[in-house]
Design a protein. Structure first.
Lengths: 496, 175
C-alpha cells in the first residue's frame, strides 16, 4: 500500500502556526529594536530607549512559551485523530487544564471516541462470541446516542436471527442424523420381517405341496380300492361259475346212475335168461338144440352191455374234462387272491405315507406359526423404536415419548418374553436367554436419549452428539435383539 | 495522591438511564483517562484521578473476591461484567453495571483496560446485594491474604449448585 503524505496541497508553502507565531514575535521584537535604533540616531543615546526593546523581547519570549501548551494539545488532538484513522480508538487527550475552547474540543473528541470505542467493542465482542457459537452476549446500546444505539439494536436483531438459524440448523442436523440412523435400521428391520414373510410363504408352499401329496395319495387309495372291488367281483363271478360247473357235474352223475341202472337191468335179464336156459336144458336133456337160442340171447346181452360200457366211458371222459376246468378256475382264483393281497399292501403303504406327510405338515405349520409370531414381536420392537425417534423430535410430552418410556419388562416384546408365548415356546433355547440383555440395553439407551432430547440440545452440540451416541447404542442392541429372535426359532426346530 | 480514610455515608447517587461512565487504566490499574460523567458522579477532578489506582472509588461493602474474579477474567482474555458499588469523594455511593475489557493496539498487544459503566437494573441489585453481603462474611472469617480466594470459591460453588454460569446470570439479571 502506498502511504499518502499530503505534502503537495495548496498549504504546502504556507508555514505552520508555530513558525508563523515565532515569525510574528521576531518581527515584533525587530520592529521595536528598529524604533529604538531610530530614536537613538535622532536624539542621541538615552538609557530609557533600551527599556522598550527589552520589554518587547520579554513579552515575545512569554508569548512563545505560553503558546507551547495549546500547540501541544493541538498536536495531541492531531495524534489522537491520526491513531483513530488507523483504527486505534483507545487514545484520549487529557492534559487540557485551562485550555478553554481547546479543552472543550478535546473533551468532545474524547467523548466521541468513548462512544466509538464502546460501539466497536460491543460489535466486536458480540460477533466474536457468535463466531464461537455463543448467542447470549447481546450488544448493550444503553448510554450510546442515536445512530450508535440504533445500529446496536439492529445487530442484536441480527444475532437473534443467527441464533434462531443456528438452532434451526442444529435441529435439522440432529433430525437428519436421527432420520438416517432410523432409515438405515428400519430398512434392516423391515428386511428381516421381509425374510420372515418369505420364509412363511415358503413354508406355506411346502404345506401346500404336502397337501397335494395327500390328495394324490388319497386318489391313488381310491384307485386301489376300486381295483380291489373289481378283483372281488371277478372272484365272485368265478365262484359262481364253479358252482355251475359243480351243478353240471351233478347232472352228469345222474346220467351215470341211469346208465348203471340199465347195466343192472341187463344183469337182471341176463341172470333170468341164464336161469331159464338152465331149466330148459334140464327138461330136454338131449335136445340141446335149445341152447342155440340161449346162446343168441346171451350174445345180444353182451352187445347191450358193451354199449352201456362205452356210454359210461364217454361220460367219465366228460367228467374229467370238467374237473380239469375246475382246477384251472381255482388257479385263477388263487392268482386273484394274490393280487388282492398286493393291492392291500400298497394300500397300507399309501396310508403310511399319508400319515408321515401329515406329521411333516404339522411340524412345518408350527414353524411357520412361530416365525409369524416372532415377526409380530419384531414389529412391536420396531414400533417401540419408532416411538423413541418420534419422541425425540416431538418433545418429552408427546404421546410417542410416553409410549417409548416403557421399561423393558412392560413393552409388548417384554410381555411376550416374560409371561407370554415367548416364554412358553422358547425358554429352553440359549438364544432366549441371550435376548434379555440387548433388549434391556435398547430400552435404557432410548430412555437416556429421550432424557437428553428433553433438554436444550439445540444450543449445545455436545448434547446433540450425546443423543446420537445413545441412539447408536440402542440400534446396535436392537440388531442383536432381532438376531436372537431369529436364532430362537432356528434352535427350536434344528433339534427335530 | 490517593485520599485516605473517607468515611462512607449512606448517600446514594443514582445514575440516569443514559449515564455513560468511561475510564481507562494502564496495565497496572492506574487511571489514564476518565470521562466527565465519571468525574461528575464520583466527585473527583482530573488531578485527583489521573495516575491514581482505580480502586480509589472502591467501596468497603464490595467483596474483594469480585475484584479477584475481575482480574482472573481479564487475564484469561475475556471481558468482565459485574455489578459494582463505588464510593464518591465525599463518602457517598453509586451502583453501576460495569463492563471491563482489554485495550489492544493494532498489533494485538494489550495496552490497558477500558471500563464502561451503566445504570444497573434495580431488580438485579435486590439479588446481588445479599450475595455480596454473604461474600463479605466469608471474607471476614478468613485471613486477609486468602479472603478473596475463599469468597470467590464460595460464589463459584453457589453458582455451580444452581447450575448457572456467572456471565449468563449477570447478563440475565441486568436484562
Amino acid at each position: 500500500m502506498i502511504k499518502k503524505t499530503f505534502t503537495h496541497g495548496v498549504s504546502r508553502h504556507i508555514p505552520f502556526l508555530r513558525t508563523k507565531f515565532v515569525l510574528v514575535c521576531i518581527g515584533f521584537v525587530v520592529l521595536t529594536l528598529a524604533m529604538a535604533g531610530l530614536s537613538f540616531f535622532h536624539y542621541g543615546p538615552q538609557w530609557e530607549l533600551a527599556v522598550f526593546p527589552l520589554l518587547a523581547l520579554c513579552f515575545a519570549g512569554y508569548a512563545v512559551s505560553s503558546f507551547r501548551r495549546p500547540l501541544k494539545v493541538l498536536q495531541d488532538l492531531q495524534q489522537a485523530l491520526v491513531a483513530s484513522n488507523r483504527g486505534e480508538l483507545f487514545n484520549r487527550v487529557t492534559d487540557t487544564y485551562g485550555m478553554g475552547e481547546l479543552g472543550k474540543v478535546a473533551w468532545e473528541l474524547n467523548e466521541f471516541l468513548d462512544q466509538m470505542e464502546t460501539f466497536f467493542k460491543e460489535v466486536n465482542t458480540c460477533f466474536s462470541r457468535v463466531a464461537n457459537g455463543e448467542f447470549h452476549r447481546r450488544a448493550i446500546a444503553v448510554g450510546l446516542p442515536g445512530q450508535f444505539a440504533a445500529s446496536l439494536t439492529s445487530i442484536n436483531a441480527a444475532i437473534d436471527a443467527m441464533a434462531e438459524n443456528v438452532r434451526y440448523i442444529s435441529r435439522n442436523k440432529l433430525l437428519s442424523q436421527l432420520h438416517s440412523l432410523n432409515t438405515t435400521n428400519l430398512l434392516r428391520n423391515l428386511k428381516t420381517i421381509q425374510a420372515d414373510l418369505a420364509r412363511i410363504s415358503e413354508e406355506m408352499d411346502s404345506v401346500e405341496q404336502s397337501t397335494l401329496q395327500n390328495v394324490s395319495g388319497a386318489n391313488s387309495n381310491l384307485e386301489t380300492v376300486a381295483t380291489i372291488r373289481t378283483s372281488m367281483d371277478a372272484i365272485l363271478a368265478k365262484v359262481e361259475h364253479v358252482s355251475q360247473v359243480v351243478g353240471a357235474l351233478s347232472g352228469e352223475s345222474e346220467e351215470v346212475a341211469q346208465a348203471l341202472k340199465i347195466i343192472s337191468d341187463i344183469a337182471d335179464q341176463t341172470s333170468l335168461l341164464a336161469l331159464n336156459a338152465s331149466i330148459e336144458a334140464a327138461r330136454a336133456g338131449e335136445q340141446g338144440r335149445g341152447f342155440a337160442v340161449v346162446a343168441e340171447e346171451v350174445k345180444a346181452l353182451s352187445e347191450r352191455t358193451k354199449g352201456a360200457t362205452a356210454e359210461i366211458t364217454s361220460t367219465i371222459g366228460r367228467f374229467s374234462s370238467r374237473v380239469r376246468q375246475m382246477v384251472e378256475e381255482s388257479a385263477t382264483a388263487r392268482e386273484l387272491a394274490g393280487s388282492v393281497t398286493t393291492t392291500v399292501q400298497q394300500f397300507e403303504r399309501s396310508f403310511g405315507e399319508i400319515a408321515a406327510s401329515g406329521e411333516n405338515t404339522l411340524q412345518r405349520l408350527a414353524f411357520a406359526k412361530d416365525i409369524s409370531f416372532n415377526s409380530l414381536v419384531k414389529v412391536d420392537h420396531i414400533v417401540f423404536k419408532q416411538n423413541g425417534y418420534m419422541g425425540m423430535t416431538e418433545g418429552p410430552e408427546s404421546e410417542e415419548a410416553k409410549a417409548a418410556s416403557s421399561v423393558h419388562t412392560q413393552c409388548r416384546l417384554g410381555k411376550w418374553y416374560y409371561e407370554g408365548r415367548g416364554k412358553e415356546e422358547f425358554s429352553h433355547t440359549t438364544a432366549y436367554r441371550a435376548l434379555e440383555i440387548p433388549h434391556q440395553t435398547v430400552h435404557d439407551a432410548i430412555h437416556r436419549a429421550l432424557e437428553v432430547a428433553g433438554s436444550h440440545w439445540e444450543q449445545d452440540t455436545s448434547l446433540h452428539d450425546e443423543i446420537i451416541s445413545h441412539v447408536r447404542v440402542a440400534e446396535d442392541a436392537s440388531i442383536e435383539v432381532m438376531e436372537q429372535i431369529d436364532r430362537m426359532a432356528q434352535e427350536k426346530y434344528a433339534s427335530r | 495522591m490517593k485520599p485516605k480514610n473517607i468515611t462512607p455515608r449512606d448517600a446514594e447517587v443514582l445514575l440516569d438511564v443514559d449515564d455513560f461512565i468511561v475510564s481507562k487504566t494502564d496495565l497496572t490499574g492506574r487511571i489514564t483517562y476518565a470521562n466527565r460523567t465519571f468525574m461528575a458522579i464520583s466527585g473527583y477532578n482530573e488531578f485527583q484521578l489521573f495516575g491514581i489506582q482505580h480502586n480509589l472509588v472502591r467501596h468497603p461493602d464490595m467483596p474483594r473476591g469480585v475484584f479477584r474474579f475481575l482480574w482472573d477474567t481479564l487475564k484469561s482474555g475475556h471481558e468482565f461484567f459485574g455489578f459494582v458499588k463505588n464510593m464518591t469523594a465525599d463518602g457517598g455511593y453509586y451502583w453501576v453495571f460495569a463492563n471491563v475489557t482489554i485495550d489492544v493496539d493494532a498489533a494485538g498487544n494489550p495496552k490497558g483496560y477500558y471500563s464502561v459503566r451503566r445504570k444497573p437494573n434495580p431488580k438485579a441489585l435486590e439479588q446481588v446485594i445479599p450475595l455480596y453481603r454473604e461474600m463479605l462474611e466469608v471474607e471476614q472469617r478468613h485471613p486477609a491474604s486468602s479472603a478473596p480466594d475463599q469468597s470467590l470459591k464460595w460464589l463459584q460453588q453457589l453458582l455451580a449448585d444452581r447450575g448457572v454460569d456467572y456471565e449468563n446470570l449477570v447478563l440475565e439479571l441486568q436484562g
